[in-house]
Design a protein. Structure first.
Length: 669
């Protein structure tokens, strides 16, 4: 059926004509825009862009050269020549960015959502300067106050050719300047373009230098493609060398590098890492640094700290209340001298104190200290929780210190440091130690518990030739609590108990005769040779109060001589004041018996006899000798107590002596 003349048009026909009209209009606009761009170019867009930047940021954007636009989806690329973007008025440098050529890719979908994102930026002959002010403002934030962390331009990758970068942060005492350039290197058949860089300045107040090379494009936010990096850098006295790959240069999403690290002390890593490490001697290590998620791991490393070798792994997990550090360390040969800085001992302090000239008591003098006196830095203890194991197969130590091995576990949690265990092999036996330092209060609250088990007397004094034949065992313990910022001050305020017992064995007769000043026996043994005598018992029992150790029982009993002692050891003044009274058990025809005094400082202890008493006995012998030569022996004869005394009775007798500290400790049987 044919439509009648004048009938209404069909809907499909109207829609078609509408679409054709709209399409024609759009095509016309496109043609007009293309014609406009062909005649006038894209430079007309510079003024709107500059006005928009000024309104949004309060800073001037100036595009002095030609501007071009290349459309695409989902990115549009803009290229501008001779571009500058101003810094805020408070910044030191006038421009945040000045470049001969800038090309940016704009993410259109993100832009439509109100977020300005540059997936890629290319800069040529550029100067970039970023600054953080003391008031918390940051020049790279695009809001008017430079304080809104969301008002930042997000950049994915950056390609630089001949650039200078600067960064200043007054609060962090940081000021860095870096130069970057791209150059080709490689074989004739395969050239490779690398980004080379140098940097210097200050970081956290430390002088910084760095140089290295990397891939030509800085993958700031790319979390899929590893970025190759080769770098040598120093911060203060710490030096680092890395060679490997980093994924995500801004966030360090993943790290896989070989790293060599060296410095004067591990303590100097604190400003760089924000994690407390102990003070040490100079160190150097080389190993494999890995990072994934919240875990950093320095594994399969080896190196040296002072004269000691060290190997193992260190792992840090972030994301909790504070970083959690775990480590498993081993040493084939550990030099005990290298542990000095860890406990606050000054290098060479013992030798310095020992070499200090002896002055009269009336003369004021600054006495050199033996006990460690460098304060612990407890303000850093809350920067990390730590669990560290250390094992040493062999120890290098002074000849007079017969330590044999080391096994230790350190735990640091909520500013409380615990060493449990801290065990040494000592003279064939074992020294088991537990130490707690509570850094939550000032001064530090310290508690030390030590137990000595089956220590061989024959090996306890390796520098004393006369004790080599001794075979008795030493057992004992001490339990001390103190307060202070250093080991020395903790001991100077300590309260507690100390006790040692020598159980049976034999000892050099010549040594005991010398202690008793038995001249005849000394002469005889030097002719016939030394021999062993029975060691019945030895007890050293001290009460400790405010750093002063007072002997409540000090007894050493052998077949030949019994020593009963009194006196004090002052841990605060580092002085000794002990008196040993020898008692001969058998008559000696020629003896100058006298108390033995052990006095002086820890560094310069002095042992001596009562010269007046010795002189009187000698004078008496000479006077009687003038009457009858045989009478000269009478003052020199020491009849002794006769039969062996009971050890328990000797301890009770020692506690009854004037000056002995009363104790409730049970006497040995």
């Amino acid at each position: 059926m044919q439509p009648t003349v004048g009938s209404a048009p069909q809907p499909s026909s109207v829609l078609m004509r509408s679409l054709l009209w709209v399409g024609g209009a759009l095509l016309t606009l496109v043609l007009l825009a293309a014609l406009f761009i062909a005649v006038f170019g894209w430079n007309w867009l510079r003024a709107p862009l500059e006005r928009r930047a000024l309104q949004q940021t309060g800073r001037e954007l100036a595009i002095h050269g030609d501007l071009t636009v290349k459309f695409g989806w989902p990115q549009v690329r803009l290229h501008g020549a001779t571009l500058t973007f101003a810094n805020p008025a408070w910044a030191k440098e006038k421009y945040m960015l000045a470049a001969k050529s800038v090309e940016v890719a704009i993410d259109v979908p993100q832009l439509l959502q109100g977020s300005l994102t540059f997936p890629e930026v290319r800069l040529e002959q550029a100067t970039v300067f970023l600054e953080a002010s003391r008031g918390g403002r940051k020049s790279w934030l695009m809001d008017l106050e430079q304080q809104d962390e969301n008002a930042r331009i997000r950049i994915g990758r950056v390609a630089l050719d001949r650039a200078m970068l600067g960064y200043d942060d007054a609060d962090q005492k940081t000021s860095l300047r870096a130069t970057l350039s791209t150059g080709a290197e490689g074989d004739a058949g395969s050239a490779r373009s690398d980004l080379r860089f140098t940097a210097q300045g200050q970081y956290e107040g430390l002088a910084v230098k760095a140089q290295g090379s990397g891939g030509p494009v800085l993958a700031l936010r790319d979390t899929t493609v590893p970025y190759p990096l080769k770098m040598e850098a120093s911060a203060g006295r710490t030096h680092v060398k890395v060679d490997g790959n980093i994924t995500g240069l801004l966030t360090f999403t993943a790290v896989d590098v070989r790293m060599a690290l060296r410095g004067d002390s591990l303590e100097q890593l604190y400003p760089l890492l924000g994690i407390a490490f102990p003070a040490t001697k100079a160190y150097s290590t080389e190993g494999h640094l890995l990072h994934t998620g919240s875990t950093w791991r320095y594994e399969k490393f080896s190196g040296r700290i002072g004269a000691s070798d060290i190997a193992g792994f260190v792992q840090v997990v972030t994301g909790g209340k504070r970083p959690a550090l775990t480590a498993d360390l081993s040493s084939s040969l550990l030099a005990l001298d290298d542990l000095g800085p860890v406990i606050g001992a000054r290098a060479g302090s013992v030798a310095k104190a020992a070499a200090q000239p002896v002055v009269q008591a009336s003369e004021p003098a600054a006495k050199a200290r033996v006990l460690p006196d460098i304060p612990f830095k407890t303000d850093r203890w809350d920067s990390v929780d730590a669990e560290v194991n250390l094992r040493a197969k062999a120890l290098r130590h002074a000849k007079a210190l017969p330590l044999e091995n080391l096994a230790a576990h350190l735990s640091l949690k909520d500013s409380v440091l615990t060493l449990d265990p801290l065990d040494f092999g000592l003279a064939g036996g074992q020294l088991d130690t537990r130490i707690t330092l509570d850094g939550r209060s000032q001064p530090i609250q310290a508690h030390a518990q030590v137990r000595a088990r089956k220590v061989l007397l024959s090996r306890l004094f390796p520098t004393v030739d006369l004790s080599k034949s001794s075979i008795g065992q030493v057992n004992g313990s001490f339990d001390l609590k103190g307060r202070g910022s250093s080991v020395g001050s903790m001991l100077a305020s300590a309260d507690g108990k100390l006790g040692l017992v020598v159980a049976g064995g034999e000892i050099s007769k010549l040594m005991m005769e010398k202690i008793g000043l038995h001249l005849w026996e000394i002469l005889s043994l030097n002719v016939t040779g030394d021999r062993l005598v029975k060691l019945r018992c030895g007890v050293a029992d001290f009460d400790v109060k405010q750093g002063k150790m007072t002997a409540s029982a000090l007894v050493f009993d052998t077949q030949v001589t019994t020593l009963i002692g009194t006196g004090t050891i002052d841990l605060g003044d580092e002085t000794l004041d002990l008196t040993l009274n020898p008692r001969t058990k058998k008559t000696s025809p020629f003896a100058l018996t006298s108390p033995i005094y052990i006095r002086g400082s820890f560094a310069q202890p002095k042992a001596g006899v009562d010269k007046g008493r010795v002189a009187l006995r000698a004078i008496g012998a000479v006077g009687l000798g003038l009457i009858n030569p045989f009478l000269a022996l009478i003052p020199l004869i020491d009849a002794g107590p006769g039969e062996d005394s009971d050890c328990g009775e000797l301890v009770r007798e020692a506690r009854a002596l004037p000056g002995a500290q009363k104790s409730t400790t049970k006497s040995p049987k």
